[in-house]
Design a binder for this molecule. Structure first.
Ligand code: ATP
Ligand code: MG
Length: 450
């Protein structure tokens, strides 16, 4: 195991606390990551100094959580979170500690932390590691183990079961048996956790190198059904044709196969979540999943809304999901390529292609060559390079031009512009102001206009 070697600036930071007679320990993720030889970007420090002491001692202090005993010090390019030693206090609503009690020793502070691998402290004065809960041993065995009795610890804060699986995912560790066994009985407590906290841990699970292992742990412990019954109900839904997995294993495999980026991982996990509802079985035939991409998009929206994802992210994921069912062959006309671009919108094309490749990989259970979409990609590039119309903004007429021939703003104008766009997608040479105004004049009686 590596040694803990904090950056020099951290020792310089500790000096002011030491000179004031206070202690200063590096704690939490940074100690764990240094022992593992992983880079750590944020530094958490524990001290017997109170927030007001820290505010007095340093020049640039942000009062990030004074109520909980935390302030952030900006020091020589580092962002250091300084938290006063705390004890475990009751979490009556299961969401947040109702009150914070300061502790007087680092040992007390370490024993209220969640897992042994997170409960070590490096004394910046003596340069010695404190490891009262066997964190190093568990790092060596690659285990996430609760500090103390797991049932009791999960009862104090219902987010911890999800954090256990999150650390297992990020580090490629197992969850120690008793810690894992305590998850299911703690689900009542988990239900009281705020959706925002669940979202943040879930996202870290999804961004892990291979999220499928952790997703299976969520499923086996009952947490997946709590977070998304929609996803849990994909288990055992068999598919047809080339598919080697049921719907849920297919979604796990798709999440593994796609780049680790928020929108992509979410879209991969949710892209077929509507399949159980869409499934129709006819005797003697393979099942069908007609319009499952629309149902999946609506469910993805519901799930993400419940978890309080930002609206822009929800819209991006739902859009990708709703567009994921396309299969290109060279019989596509240029008009079909233009309609495809108009529907997907150019900024989303790369992500949609990434989703399609990961989807293919998760259908067959073996990697699909990303170059298989190159023919469609070049058709699209040709259309974009020719600046052929693919959205209302690209039409050679505006609403104002139609108003001048007696089309009032409103639904009829919208419908006429849409029909003009469709004509232009069939035949780009029509994208000329005079010609479009002429067509509009001809079709407007169809929309109840003289
Ligand atoms: P990361 O590198 O992902 O930030 P981390 O270990 O620093 O990992 P944080 O969520 O930043 O994780 O928490 C910092 C430390 O605070 C943890 O290492 C742990 O000691 C303690 N901690 C955080 N959340 C809890 C919790 N819900 N219950 C008990 N201790 C916690
Ligand atoms: Mg941290």
């Amino acid at each position: 195991m590596r040694a803990v070697r904090p950056p020099q600036e951290l020792y310089e930071f500790a000096r002011a606390l030491h000179e004031a007679g206070k202690s200063c320990y590096l704690v939490g993720g940074a100690v764990r990551d240094q022992l593992l030889g992983r880079p750590s970007s944020d530094f958490d420090v524990a001290s017997d100094a109170h927030p007001e002491d820290v505010i007095r001692l340093y020049r640039r202090v942000v009062p990030t959580g004074v109520k909980h005993g935390t302030v952030t010090v900006l020091f020589k390019g580092l962002e250091i979170e300084v938290t006063t030693f705390r004890t475990e206090s009751a979490y009556a609503d299961g969401r947040h500690p109702d009150r914070v009690e300061f502790a007087s020793t680092i040992e007390e502070d370490l024993s209220r932390r969640d897992f042994t691998i997170n409960s070590m402290a490096f004394d910046l004065a003596s340069r010695r590691l404190l490891d009262p809960h066997g964190g190093r041993e568990d790092l060596a065995r690659r285990l996430v183990r609760a500090v103390g009795d797991p049932l009791e610890r999960f009862g104090e804060d219902g987010l911890r079961p999800l954090r256990a699986i999150r650390f297992a995912a990020q580090l490629g560790f197992d969850v120690e048996a008793a810690t894992l066994a305590a998850i299911r009985p703690s689900i009542g407590r988990f239900r009281m956790v705020s959706p925002e906290r669940v979202r943040d841990e879930l996202m870290r699970i999804l961004l892990a190198p291979r999220p499928s292992r952790a997703l299976r742990l969520l499923e086996e412990t009952g947490l997946l059904a709590e977070i998304s019954p929609e996803l849990a109900s994909c288990r055992g839904v068999e598919q047809r044709g080339m598919h080697v997995f049921d719907v849920l294993d297919h979604l796990y495999a798709c999440a593994d196969a796609i780049d680790s980026e928020r929108v992509l991982r979410l879209a991969a996990l949710l892209h077929d979540v509507g399949k159980p509802e869409a499934k129709r079985e006819e005797p003697g035939a393979e099942p069908s999943f007609h319009r499952h991409e629309q149902i999946s998009a609506a469910k993805a929206e519901d799930i993400m809304r419940r978890l309080r994802f930002p609206n822009a992210e929800i819209a991006e994921v739902a859009h990708l999901v709703s567009c994921h069912m396309f299969s290109y062959d060279d019989s596509w006309s240029d008009a079909a390529v233009r309609r495809f671009i108009a529907r997907v919108k150019p900024p989303n094309l790369d992500r949609l292609f990434a989703l399609r490749i990961a989807d293919g990989t998760a259908i067959l259970g073996r990697p699909v060559d990303p170059r298989s979409l190159d023919p469609l990609r070049s058709r699209i590039e040709a259309v974009l390079a020719a600046k052929e119309a693919f959205g209302l903004a690209d039409l050679a007429v505006r609403g104002g031009d139609l108003a001048s021939i007696g089309v009032p703003p409103g639904p009829a104008m919208g419908a006429i512009l849409k029909e003009l766009l469709e004509s232009v997608m069939e035949d780009p040479t029509l994208n000329d102001k005079a010609r479009l105004v002429e067509i509009a004049r001809r079709i407007k009686p169809k929309y109840g206009l003289e």
